[in-house]
Design a protein around this ligand. Sequence first.
Ligand code: SAH
Length: 284
Amino acid sequence: MSGTPPRPRRFPASMPTTGGTPQDRLLRPQAHLHQIERERRVQSVPQGVGLDSPRVRQKMVERLKADGISHPSVLDAFLQVPRHLFVDTALVNQAYEDTSLPIGLGQTISKPSVVAAMMQLLCARPGLGALGGPGSGFRPDRPLGPCLEIGTGCGYQAALLACLATRVVSIERIRELHVKARQHLDAVAPLMGRSLMDVRLVHGDGMLGHAPSAPYHTIIAAAGGAAVPPAWLDQLAPGGRLVAPVAVSGGTQVLTVIDRLADGSLKHAQAGVVLFVPLKSGLS
Ligand code: SAH
């Protein structure tokens, strides 16, 4: 791709935009800190409502609905997972705003509306119908099936995915974040019951995927590289879908959706301009 960046477009589900100026309309799951501060001033958590209250999360869910998120399981996951337990104490008051937040080591927790849109894209994959036959092991209440996440970060998205997947493998290249994510998930597990039981966190280079647990029905990346690593495609099951930011010209990233069709071939599509942290190789 070259020339002007593609405008966000609707495919196949409607993607949220952030509104405001054209620049603000980019999906910005990992906005820069000055952007986060600007957004902090215009949004606020309801006053007088404790962060443990489901009402705070309900308000976030209403905002996601207004942004075009309609899949009931996706909305329910956002209702269940206590985002404030995944961020530093200094930031808890911003935990339910539609903004990315710093999680240390130069990384950020992704913006809820973008995570929700990506999860909805995974739930809406055309191959889903073909997976539901007798003896297939497919569970309608777990539409993501076996899921691979690249970029665990603080573990928030892994917890959301766990509500919709039969099992989650999540890879993080920074050991400190990998350890922190485990602590976060262990802390919220008792609050969330069975949902979080099958999350496997791996400290590794996500560019290699995780072959021992492949194939995956769904693959989601929280960091964007110059291309989709071949290992992810190798590990994507027939009927499966991958959603990942991929860099195009001039540093622009496009949310790329790849379906592996029943005959094994791949179908590519794009779902809007995004801004994620870079996908890096190697460990730290
Ligand atoms: N889903 C996360 C978002 C984390 S930001 C959350 O909910 O918090 C993206 C993460 O991708 C960063 O933590 C970064 O370290 C990680 N990352 C970047 N390249 C990676 C790679 N090759 N393998 C694994 N993780 C990677």
